[in-house]
Design a protein around this ligand. Structure first.
Ligand code: SF4
Ligand code: SF4
Length: 382
């Protein structure tokens, strides 16, 4: 298992993490099977958004004797009412929900207290105005949560939260279909067939800005919906008109800037195993670039996917990383020091480019690599 930094939290998380939304059989035996496999395979991070009390206490039992082996991301504002899940911004309900969660999970602290499901700008205002963000800060000051997070599908809302410097972790929906869609306050828009009827080209600029801002400001992203709820794995259901494999979806999400882990939402232990297979899969099975380049309804022409198909470069420039640092630097007003340092630490720099053009012939997305090398040299001075 590969472990990655979760932004600047100081936590090192397994790149394959466990999403618990598929644990609908909420019984202890089933939860224990998931956590046994997770522990055995080195998964050390999981997300729990469900407020279902039976599921929470089953997970609490499954964690008994091994709490320290897992980093818990669990949600504020997700409560159980009249026998079902509800999202709330009512502070009294949020507090009661948190206290109940701690009791049911039987833990002393939550590593990441995730403010749940905020897809509208007005909702972010409610989170601030209703005292929810202050409550999260209070919990953090008391050591009951160690870091504050937010979950969202909307890049505008997420960016506002990141830029406010109020959150340290973002749980965000990342897959190559969503990434082409403009921001919306309705999550259904991201998958609606009519929004794929005109050939979609290139990543939505707000999403790109979000990932790059997270990276440069040290906010770690934990990924949800990397398989588009499973639809992206099925050519008939995929809105892009073609399917990717589990390994390709995971590789895509893990190659976005700031992403620390993919929450593999498994409905069965076998499905979790499928995601875990990623760790030992050969590189050619993870390669999503050629598959994406052949998708009938969407394209990334001119956009660097950080896939490294353009290499090898005769002067050994790591083109994907140089381009990533260039994009990060260009998205910020001033080049962040961390980006400058990472660029500097590369073995070869854009200034060494001899403009042979060999890379451009190999790039499936038609990226103007020589122009990018020139821009990187001008920006970083090397
Ligand atoms: S320039 Fe093209 S081939 Fe190279 S990393 Fe970017 S998208 Fe991939
Ligand atoms: S054009 Fe520059 S970056 Fe591309 S392969 Fe040639 S030397 Fe390397």
């Amino acid at each position: 298992m590969i472990y990655r930094e979760l932004g600047t939290t100081g936590l090192k998380v397994s790149e394959i993490a466990l999403g618990c939304e598929g644990m609908t059989e909420e019984n202890y035996t089933m939860c224990k099977k998931f956590f046994d496999l997770a522990e055995k395979e080195g998964i050390n991070y999981f997300d729990l958004y469900s407020p279902n009390p039976e599921l929470r206490s089953a997970i609490g039992r499954a964690l008994t004797g091994r709490r320290e082996k897992f980093i818990i991301q669990s949600h504020l504002c997700s409560v159980w009412k009249d026998g079902q899940y509800q999202r709330t911004r009512n502070l009294r309900e949020v507090k009661a929900g948190f206290e109940e969660m701690m009791k049911l999970l039987n833990v002393e602290f939550i590593d990441v207290g995730m403010i749940h499901y905020c897809d509208a700008l007005s909702d972010w205002d409610d989170i601030i105005n209703n005292g929810i963000l202050d409550y999260a800060r209070e919990l953090k000051a008391k050591g009951l949560i160690h870091h504050i997070g937010l979950s969202s599908h909307n890049p505008q809302v997420a960016l506002k939260a990141v830029e406010s410097k109020s959150i340290e972790v973002l749980m965000f929906s990342v897959n190559p279909c969503y990434d082409l869609q403009p921001a919306s306050e309705d999550v259904e828009d991201l998958w609606a067939d009519e929004n794929y009827s005109n050939h979609l080209t290139n990543m939505d600029p707000e999403r790109e800005k979000l990932y790059e801002t997270c990276q440069s400001s040290g906010v770690g992203i934990t990924v949800m919906k990397c398989f588009g709820g499973g639809d992206l794995l099925n050519a008939e259901l995929s809105p892009a008109g073609a399917a990717l494999t589990v390994n390709q979806c995971i590789a895509y999400a893990l190659s976005r800037p700031a992403v620390a882990c993919v929450l593999a939402g498994a409905h069965s232990v076998e499905q979790l195993r499928e995601s875990l297979n990623y760790e030992n899969a050969p590189e050619n099975e993870k390669d999503y670039a050629l598959a994406l380049a052949s998708f009938p309804k969407i394209s990334w022409k001119g956009h660097c996917m950080y896939c490294s198909h353009c290499e090898p470069c005769p002067v050994k420039i790591d083109i994907a990383n140089v381009t990533k640092f260039l994009n990060l630097a260009q998205s910020a007003k001033n080049i962040p020091e961390t980006v400058r340092e990472h660029y500097k630490s590369l073995e070869h720099h854009a200034g060494e480019c001899i403009r042979c053009g060999a890379c451009e012939k190999r790039c499936p997305f038609g990226v103007a690599i020589r122009e990018n090398m020139k821009a990187a040299k001008n920006l970083f001075g090397m």
